[in-house]
Design a protein around this ligand. Structure first.
Ligand code: T1G
Length: 701
């Protein structure tokens, strides 16, 4: 089999070229190829060695698909040590994203050059790992402690010009990388540049104190994740003990992190996120429609956020609402959001101005008739949405994609309000739409393949993480949320308080507890959604009785300063409110519920196993393509901690048999009508199969 690595001599420089698409991952074949290149260079009369990659990027790290498989020599640490030990000058030439093990190969090289739009990074922390090929020991020596801590605990790549300033790379190449890198290498040789082994470089003075000063901040940002603290320990080693000793400790901690369930969860998320945008029954080469202009119907909070997402990706956007006041109100919220992004350094003043100029307001449907994609984001009422789609059917050019941002309405019914249901699709954004990464793409029975393929591509272009859903009430996310919120409110009635229920979930890792989420979203949103349902579909009234009473008392949540909590008007901090506990006790009394101690473990199990059970029903019914999609919905749409892998990965990690046994137990205690095990769950437990196995064998990606 052809090696993905070639070696040739150019102007007496040994050039090692890696060509392992798509991202030149450091698979075993690549590592072996680089090693034989280094050895060949040592054996022949060349002046120096250049390591360079073909394709779109320098090595983007170790090959993650090899993790968990028996390691094959040369291991990456062995290889980088051999590169550094070379008696011939070794230069790494970087383009694209030199990440993880790829950047460690560069760090072990004696000099590094890059094109200006390259980036370097050590994102292992995003996989629950740490740089395991000397990165934690070499980076502080080359770039200093502050840069090292930032680079490794954030996992965010650093653009080449900044890396040059930080000393992580030595030269920016203009024009063609290979030509520029060869020229740079020749200049180093001509200048008699010494072999410079990073591991032998000193650490900066006062480094140990610097690292110690960063521990509290890193621990705070870690929020329950183990990898950032392991990384910090490695950096502490790097600045306090000899290289070899620090390197040994790095290896121990790397092995520990590889066995950590948090890393298994984050690796699951890495691939689940990439698989989510693959539609099983849609060929990769499905044609797409051209999308140049986008129109948004409804200039409310969602409409404005969606407009910004599209404008930020370069689309011309028209924002339509019934009258000028409504349009102006919507545009002023957009202006405020851009000002906020500039203030938080998320966008430069110029970039914000350029994006804002792409958004124009209108009140006339005629103005949007030529748009390629129109996204309806009006008030959440089915009849109103049907009316809007009937008008769009009359107005929009043939071939335009008609999308609805509904959070739970029947998209089939909305499509039926037009004469072109094949052009209708659900694009369900999450609030705030210009920030939240998740986009549920809702496919009706009639949605055309090219509409689907175009919508997936549009989602990626506006930097969203798309997940496909079939039509059901609440699609994937909100359907599961009903069970999660049901259990949260029942735990309240049975003995909990908003604080105790929320703290149980936050200590477990959720970004925000369920009741606080309710207050943030606005309790009236759920109230109106319930009101829009026929009584027989509203479920047991006792479940939402407390929330209904709060809404009827004008306590809508943060926006009215009170909901399940009171909110400090200055800090917006939540404050437990005894008045709410009184209401809870009254409702419990009303329904004859004897309140008892409910410990955090019970709250966590009821909410998470409820979530997982509904998620498995959704996968079993084919609403979601695969379990990983459900996990991605919850991680990018509902603040589920990625290091727990998502509701279904978590259920798999605690054991599906344990989940099923708990659900059956809950069924006995709280009613089988609430706790009916998902058929897929019963099938998997009966077959002693994990979800990961089932995914592997049943539908692969
Ligand atoms: N290994 C294996 N496959 C990889 C991969 C990797 N490192 N990186 C990407 N892929 C696959 C990905 O699954 C997808 O496959 C395709 O490449 C395109 O990726 C010792 C142990 C480089 C910024 O964490 O961040 O080194 O879905 O869709 O949006 O210290 O991929 O097409 O079949 O993401 O242009 C550290 C991970 C590893 C970087 C490109 N490195 N990759 O983004 O394309 S740990 C990382 C990325 C390590 C050492 C340790 C991104 C990207 P498919 P894509 P993209």
């Amino acid at each position: 089999m052809n090696s993905p690595v070639s070696f040739d001599v150019v102007d007496n420089i040994g050039v090692i070229t890696i060509d392992n698409p798509p991202v030149n991952a450091l698979s075993h074949a690549v590592r072996a190829g680089i090693q034989s290149g280094i050895r060949e260079a040592a054996a022949i009369d060349v002046d120096a060695v250049l390591i360079i990659c073909a394709g779109r990027t320098f090595c983007a790290g170790a090959d993650i698909t090899e993790f968990g498989k028996p390691p094959k020599s040369p291991w990456l640490p062995e290889l980088v040590d051999e590169i550094e030990a070379s008696d011939k000058l070794v230069v790494a030439a970087l383009h694209g994203t030199a990440l993880g093990g790829g950047f460690e190969v560069a760090l072990a090289s004696h000099y590094r050059c890059a094109v200006a739009d390259a980036a370097v990074g050590l994102p292992e922390v995003k996989l629950g790992l740490l740089p395991g090929a000397g990165g934690t020991q070499r980076t502080p020596r080359l770039g200093g402690v502050a840069t090292a801590v930032q680079l490794m605990t954030s996992g965010t790549p650093m653009p080449a010009p900044q890396a040059l300033e930080a000393g992580l790379i030595d030269h920016i190449v203009d024009g063609d990388l290979k030509a520029g890198a060869l020229q740079y290498t020749k200049k180093l040789l001509a200048d008699g540049a010494p072999i410079r082994r990073t591991s032998e470089l000193p650490v900066e003075a006062g480094a140990a104190e610097l690292v110690a000063g960063m521990r509290a901040e890193v621990a705070k940002r870690a929020r329950g994740q183990h990898a950032p603290l392991r990384i910090l320990e490695c950096i502490e080693q790097a600045v306090t003990v000899p290289f070899a000793e620090g390197y040994r400790r790095e290896r121990e901690l790397f092995t520990e992190s590889m066995q950590d369930p948090q890393s298994a969860a984050l690796r699951h998320v890495f691939f689940a996120e990439r698989n989510a945008s693959k539609i099983k029954d849609l060929p990769k080469d499905t044609p797409q429609r051209d999308i140049g202009t986008v129109a948004i119907i409804g200039a409310g909070t969602m409409g404005g956020g969606i407009a910004m997402s599209a404008a930020n990706a370069g689309y011309s956007v028209q924002l339509l609402d019934i009258d000028k006041d409504a349009v102006d109100r919507g545009l002023s919220v957009v202006d405020r959001n851009y000002a906020g992004m500039v203030k938080r350094g998320k966008l430069s003043e110029d970039a914000a101005k350029a994006c804002r100029e792409k958004i124009r307001g209108t009140t006339a449907y005629a103005d949007i008739a030529a748009a390629d994609l129109v996204i309806e984001a009006v008030f959440e009422n089915l009849d109103l949405k049907k009316k809007v789609f009937a008008q769009l059917d009359e107005t929009m050019k043939q071939g335009a994609i008609l999308a609805t941002n509904t959070s739970y309405q029947d998209v089939d019914a909305i499509a039926a309000a037009t004469g072109r249901p094949q052009d209708v699709i659900g694009l369900h954004f999450f609030s705030p739409a210009h920030i939240m990464k998740l986009l549920e793409i809702v496919r009706t029975d009639k949605t055309a393949d090219d509409v689907l393929a175009t919508s997936m591509a549009f989602a990626r272009k506006i930097r969203k993480v798309p997940v496909l859903s079939r039509v059901c009430y609440g699609f994937i996310g909100n359907r599961m949320l009903r069970v999660y919120m049901r259990e949260a409110q029942l735990c309240l009635l049975e003995g909990g308080t908003p604080e105790s229920v929320d703290t149980a979930m936050e200590d477990w890792g959720m970004a925000m507890g369920p009741l606080s989420v309710g207050d943030l979203a606005g309790l009236d949103v759920g109230y109106k959604a319930r009101e829009s349902l026929p009584p027989e579909e509203r479920g047991d009234p006792k479940v939402t009785r407390v929330a209904d009473l709060l809404v009827e008392a004008g306590r809508l949540g943060q926006k009215t300063g009170a909901g399940f909590y009171r909110y400090d008007p200055d800090t917006r901090k939540r404050i437990p409110d005894p008045e709410v506990v009184t209401i809870i006790e009254q409702v419990a009394n009303e329904y004859g519920i004897a309140r008892r101690d409910i410990d955090a473990a019970e709250v966590v199990d009821r909410l998470l196993f409820g979530l997982a059970n509904e998620g498995l029903k959704i996968v079993g019914e084919g609403i979601a393509q695969r379990p990983g999609d459900v996990d991605i919905v919850y991680i990018y749409g509902y603040g589920f901690p990625a290091y727990r892998g998502g509701p279904l990965h978590y259920a798999d990690s605690v054991g599906l048999d344990h989940v099923l046994a708990s659900i059956r137990e809950f069924g006995k205690r709280f009613g089988a009508e609430l706790w009916t095990p998902a058929p897929l769950l019963e099938e998997l437990v009966a077959n002693k199969q994990s979800l990961a196995d089932w995914q592997e064998h049943n539908n692969g990606i």
